[in-house]
Write a protein that binds this ligand. Structure first.
Ligand code: DNO
Length: 402
């Protein structure tokens, strides 16, 4: 196919080993040196030994997800200067070792958020779910964030209270862990940690956070460019303000703004259709077209919403994302790049998340919610089939070359 089909791998402790990933049909592996603490340098030696593990399994390490941005950089205080210098060294090292697509995010405090990691679908499989009432229960009554109540309608607060009152201690604990302790390389986060991280954002406005991202990019993008790498930013997930924090990469204006911050091919986007689709006013296909030449990595996924602002992760070809139109646009973009002679014309893509299904339901809970094998493989198979169909119908000549 045109896209570089990939699968995420969380390293040697991942329940889904590289040998299984190879059988999914993926060629590329999306991974990170999760054992290195945020902010520290990734040495060439570490990168090469990790890369060798992947290559020995017959795969290639085509994308880093993520080279994490330390909180000090996001708030631009503490040891941010040192961490930015370390980031540059890591970028240079990755470039030298031939790993060129570097994913990061600029979400304050917590990365992506879901409130139910085992939402039962009618067919018995499980999806990840974001529920306003549950999140409100978490931040108002468990985290007890000052001012949290004011971010919700009285109706939602009442529902959240009733929900909180109905929960057992262990259910409260599961909700908390599911929200704050899901991030590889950043495990063991406590409520206290979240409170002290939040305190650092107390007076921070959206403009401040944007200025901090702009500053970070002005430092690292030229280095990425020199190293032959592309930095790709992951959208806010969900794409709305949470925990009273500013969010700066959620909609089409943010996309345009980001691209203008550094007008360089090394300043790119990880186009995550699922994350962007968490907002109903985002037109995903239009958004892709608005930034297509700078998309360095694709996460393909969809969501299904209800009227209260809740959503769960739908099957990859269902839900609110028009995956057919998106795939058509992705194929056209790749062919356009090919015609231009761009070396990076084939965009790495991974099926983002997947349902827990079949015997994955009986295995010990996956340490990385959303990343069991079978559901993701189903997603990958559907997306490959869709791509094949789009190419056969609209660009049959390219199939002969592949
Ligand atoms: C969740 C992921 C995110 C993503 C990071 C990128 O499954 O999509 O954790 O990897 O935000 O920095």
């Amino acid at each position: 196919m045109l896209m570089q089909e990939s699968f995420r791998w969380y390293g040697p402790n991942d329940q889904v080993p590289l040998s299984y990933i190879r059988q999914t049909g993926a060629k590329g592996v999306v991974s990170s040196l999760h054992h290195i603490p945020y902010g520290e340098v990734w040495t060439e030696e570490e990168i090469l030994s990790y890369k060798k593990k992947i290559e020995d399994a017959g795969l290639i390490w085509n994308v880093v997800e993520s080279l994490p941005v330390h909180e000090d950089i996001k708030v631009r205080s503490g040891k941010y200067l040192e961490y930015i210098e370390n980031y540059k060294i890591s970028l240079r090292n990755l470039g030298k070792c031939g790993v060129k697509v570097i994913t990061y995010n600029f979400m304050p405090v917590l990365d992506w958020i879901r409130t139910d990691l085992h939402y039962k679908l009618p067919d018995g499989s499980e999806a990840l779910f974001y529920n306003q009432k549950q999140f409100a229960a978490f931040e108002i009554f468990i985290l007890q964030r000052e001012g949290a109540e004011a971010d919700y309608t009285p109706e939602t607060v009442a529902k959240a209270k009733a929900y909180y009152d109905s929960m057992s201690e262990s259910e409260r604990d599961a909700l908390t862990r599911g929200i704050i302790d899901n991030f590889p390389g950043f495990k063991g986060v406590t409520l206290e940690d979240v409170r002290s991280m939040l305190a650092r954002y107390k007076t921070m406005t959206r403009e401040d956070l944007e200025a901090n991202l702009r500053y970070f990019l002005s430092e690292v993008v030229p280095v990425a460019e020199e190293a032959g790498c592309i930095m790709v930013i992951h959208p806010d997930d969900p794409p709305r303000s949470i925990l009273g924090l500013p969010r700066i990469f959620s909609n089409i204006d943010d996309v345009r703004n980001l691209l203008a911050m550094q007008d360089s091919p090394a300043n790119g986007i990880c186009f995550c259709s699922g994350s962007f689709s968490g907002r109903r006013d985002n037109n995903i296909v239009e958004m892709f077209k608005a930034c297509a030449p700078r998309v360095g990595f694709l996460h393909m996924r969809s969501t299904q919403h209800d009227d209260e602002g809740n959503f769960f992760e739908a099957n990859h070809l269902e839900g609110c994302v028009d995956m057919f139109e998106l795939m058509k646009a992705v194929c056209e973009e790749q062919l356009r790049r090919k015609a231009e002679g761009r070396a990076d014309w084939q965009i790495p893509m991974r099926p983002d998340h997947g349902h827990v299904m079949m015997d994955d339901l009986e295995k010990p809970a996956c340490a990385n919610p959303g990343y069991t094998a079978i559901g993701r493989m189903k997603g990958l198979a559907e997306l490959r089939g869709l791509e094949f169909g789009v190419l056969k119908a609209y660009h049959p000549e390219i199939l002969k070359e592949l």
